[in-house]
Design a protein around this ligand. Structure first.
Ligand code: GRF
Length: 211
């Protein structure tokens, strides 16, 4: 049985590419839709090249954000999307959209949340002087990067070099593994929220001896 997913992008789309390369058409996961708020997003081109249907939902094309979100939601539902993946989608989605797809939206963020939510997370972490950085994949709720955490991976910063380009490369390398892994786990039914503690996401890794 296939597990149809959609990816929302605003720019480069390297995380979309990782999902296309590692998951799309290789097992259950099928990327059936890629949407952007920006017509020039490189991610749209990556999707077209993979034969995936694309659409642009520019805020300026609608009366307000709710109208845009509603049109986007309709387009995703018409395609039977079971998971909406935000991969560098740089606009907030309204509360109505979040409720409509409750528990079915995930995001990848380049920090160890709850530290450094929002934009320019890598720069903020470096300015702060952190010694560990990392990547978080989390469910999306109505706040900014505040939903329950699914997966995180940390790495130590080289104390002799705070070269931002090298750190960005390292972050991307982690993102391109962690996000597809999370999508695969969700498609396999291996991710669930503890009903008695809704912030606690239980992930059953294959071969994981832990509870
Ligand atoms: C990633 O670093 C992601 O963590 C952040 O936006 C960036 C998107 O990169 N949310 P790309 O468009 O997937 O290359």
């Amino acid at each position: 049985m296939s597990f149809p997913v959609a990816v929302l992008v605003s720019g480069e789309g390297s995380n979309l590419q990782a999902i296309l390369d590692q998951l799309h058409g290789r097992g259950e996961v099928e990327v059936v839709a890629v949407a952007s708020n920006k017509p020039q997003a490189r991610g749209l081109e990556r999707a077209r090249r993979a034969g995936v249907e694309t659409a642009v939902f520019e805020a300026s094309g609608f009366a307000d954000r709710d109208a845009r979100d509603a049109a986007l939601g309709d387009w995703l539902e018409e395609r039977g999307v079971r998971l909406v993946i935000l991969a560098g989608f740089m606009e907030l989605l309204g509360a109505a959209f979040i409720r409509r797809f409750a528990g079915r939206i995930i995001n990848v963020h380049p920090s160890l949340l709850p530290a450094f939510p929002g934009v320019r997370a890598i720069e903020h972490a470096l300015e702060y002087g952190v010694k560990q950085m990392g990547v978080t994949v989390h469910f999306v709720d109505e706040g900014v990067d505040s939903g329950a955490i699914i997966l995180q991976e940390a790495f130590a910063i080289n104390p002799y070099s705070r070269d931002i380009a090298a750190i960005e490369d390292r972050i991307h390398e982690i993102e391109h593994r962690l996000l597809p892994h999370a999508v695969n786990l969700i498609a396999a039914g291996a991710v669930r929220i503890d009903p008695s503690a809704p912030r606690h996401v239980i992930v059953e890794e294959v071969g994981d001896g832990h509870d």
